[in-house]
Design a protein around this ligand. Structure first.
Ligand code: AHM
Ligand code: MG
Length: 340
């Protein structure tokens, strides 16, 4: 079970980040700390907006372009989240390039505000779940620019293993923020009465094997042979073992969060229609693969290579994703090897 913080010792996310920086880079100037703090502000803002969404005068669930009672244009929740994160990140003075799912082009920060980090993010992931109140989240990954770079496309078109930090915030029954700066994963829960993220899952290690598989089974007719064989085996284990349970929220943040805590696998394979899969490599695949690996799990692509080593060609590239408990992902690999 996750170790709980004693009630008289609230270990906040900011304190945790400072303690990590002290371990990894004792001479660091705290710039990453500033950046991560800004991200938590964005997450709190979005968490609050999500909780109020749909109430009178807060018509953020409707179509973008719809207007509220005062006749003002209302932004949809995902566009609100995008603006919030862009603003809080730019204002830190620590960013050089931002990449967001919501915008075609990367955002290059102007010289007066420029720093040495690049943040790639999906401000509000799980679009199909926004309007019905099911868990959604923000996903982010952070790179440092190459030495001497003023921030270029090359600084963000890099494999995920170059990330210096990654995480997500889930707006679910509680607001959770799971974070790694390359030394394991720790989880924080927003205490609404304090307005602070407090450590609730320190040094999270995921189970080596789970008993849940998570995939959009509606796509089964289009799967490749390895995915079909793997799922068939989980439903009807040879030798009559206990079948796995199927859980699929349809929000990557929620499906990965459950996988981190309970173990098992989450898959979004390529299929006959989506030949590169659906998930975006930079700001969905990499950050989640980073967290899963940091928690002791495994994340691969359809070639059974580490997802974190895959080279992106475009900032909005998609890639097939298979992640979760090591032994479960090993099973998937076995099916790929068997199918040739
Ligand atoms: P989105 O960025 O439009 O929200 O799409 C990403 C989401 C992921 O959160 C989730 O894992 C996946 O799409 C679900 O896709 P599907 O509805 O095809 O199962
Ligand atoms: Mg998304």
């Amino acid at each position: 079970p996750p170790n709980r913080t004693p009630q008289t010792d609230p270990f906040t996310l900011s304190a945790w980040v400072l303690s990590q920086q002290h371990l990894t880079a004792p001479n660091a100037k705290g710039r990453l700390t500033v950046l991560l703090n800004a991200i938590t502000v964005g997450c709190k803002f979005v968490a609050s907006a999500v909780r109020k969404a749909g109430l009178a005068g807060n018509d953020v669930l409707g179509m973008a372009g719809s207007s509220n009672v005062q006749g003002e244009d209302q932004k949809k929740l995902d566009l609100v989240a995008n603006e919030v994160f862009k603003n809080v990140l730019a204002r830190t003075g620590q960013c050089a390039v931002l990449v967001t799912e919501e915008e075609e082009e990367p955002i290059f920060i102007r010289p007066e505000q420029r720093g040495e980090y690049c943040v790639v993010f999906d401000p509000l992931d799980g679009s199909s779940n926004i309007d019905c109140g099911v868990s959604i989240g923000t996903i982010f990954g952070i790179y440092k620019v190459a030495p001497g770079s003023e921030g270029s496309l090359a600084d963000v078109l890099r494999p995920g293993r170059d990330m210096v930090a990654a995480g997500y915030c889930m707006y679910g029954s509680m607001t959770y923020l799971m974070l790694s700066t390359g030394r394991g994963v720790s989880g924080f829960t927003l205490d609404p009465s304090l307005g602070e993220f407090v450590a609730t899952h320190r040094d999270l290690v995921m189970p080596p094997r789970g008993s849940i598989y998570s995939i959009n089974e509606g796509n089964a007719a289009m799967w490749d042979a390895a995915t079909s064989a793997y799922v068939a085996e989980k439903k009807r284990p040879p030798g009559g073992g206990k079948p796995y349970s199927l859980r699929y929220v349809g929000s990557m943040v929620a499906d990965v969060h459950r996988t981190l805590l309970y173990g098992g696998v989450f898959l979004y394979p390529a299929d006959a229609k989506n030949t590169k899969g659906k998930l975006r490599l930079l700001y969905e695949g990499y950050p989640m693969a980073y967290l899963i690996e940091q928690a002791g799990g495994r994340a691969i692509d359809e070639r059974c290579e580490r997802l974190l080593l895959r080279e992106p060609e475009d900032i909005h590239d998609r890639a097939p994703v298979y992640l979760g408990s090591c032994e479960d992902v090993d099973d998937i690999e076995r099916h790929y090897k068997e199918q040739g």
